[in-house]
Design a protein around this ligand. Structure first.
Ligand code: PEP
Length: 248
């Protein structure tokens, strides 16, 4: 039985005061031990948020990581730095990073390997653009991204990965994939993982859905066989909507 995992991607929102406030509210309202809960604030908030949640079941995640250990890489953040402020998870390959910051399947793969080396759990994002869905290319695109992400990652390491299927046309648009559309791609990804590794591995790996998930639509998505949680953007910025999804 896969334990559900709900992660909040705060993106470039919340200064440190606001982040501490939100984390405090989430901590106060969260009492659902059936679900793994992760919050992913901006880098500048990580340390302060960790101070709030460190003795709670809520885990800390970052929104990106660089693939080198250290050195002259102005503006980058290493896996060691993330560990040192209490991170246990890191989002890798979010579509906004692919779209605006030149993230590719190759850089995603390098970041996954570095995160795993430092025992950070990667939340690896994959998903098609609207034109790719309309052209019938969803499975091809997702397969390329998933194969690229796991390239050269051993089964022993890959067990710690979480995948987030995020159709790009559903992110921040209010257009949620139907439970059938999401389930179909989640199953496709699971079957692909069974080919890349084996069935037991694929059945154990958690696949989140992301894209305009809200308390009102979460239950319907989360009861589908292959949907094991959610990566939440907009609705993670308020404690009541985020916890509404956790409890859905
Ligand atoms: C996201 O950015 O990962 C996301 C799912 O955003 P939203 O929930 O706002 O669509």
């Amino acid at each position: 039985m896969r334990k559900r995992i709900i992660a909040g991607n705060w993106k470039m929102n919340k200064n440190v005061t606001e982040a501490v406030e939100l984390a405090t509210e989430i901590k106060a309202g969260h009492d659902n031990s059936d679900v793994d809960v992760v919050v992913c604030p901006p880098f500048t908030d990580l340390y302060a948020v960790h101070q709030v949640i460190k003795d709670s079941p809520i885990a800390l995640g970052a929104q990106d990581v660089f693939w080198e250990d250290k050195g002259a890489y102005t503006g980058q953040i290493s896996a060691d730095m993330l560990k040192s402020v209490g991170c246990r998870y890191v989002i890798i390959g979010h579509s906004e990073r692919r779209q605006y910051f030149a993230e590719t399947d190759e850089t995603v793969n390098k970041k996954i390997k570095k995160a795993l080396e430092y025992e950070l759990t990667p939340i690896v994002c994959a998903g098609e653009l609207l034109q790719e869905r309309e052209a019938g290319e969803t499975e091809m695109v997702v397969e390329r991204q998933v194969r690229g992400a796991f390239d050269g990652v051993s089964k022993a390491d890959a067990v710690d990965v979480v995948i987030a299927y995020e159709p790009v046309w559903a992110i921040g648009t209010g257009k949620v994939a139907t439970p059938e559309q999401a389930q179909q791609v989640h199953k496709f990804i699971r079957d692909l993982l069974a080919k890349l590794y084996d069935r037991e591995f694929a059945d154990a790996l958690r696949i989140q859905y992301g894209g305009s998930m809200k308390p009102e639509n979460a239950a319907e998505l989360l009861t589908r066989e292959d949907i094991d949680g959610g990566l939440i953007g907009g609705a993670s910025l308020k404690a009541d909507s985020f916890l509404g999804i956790v409890n859905a």
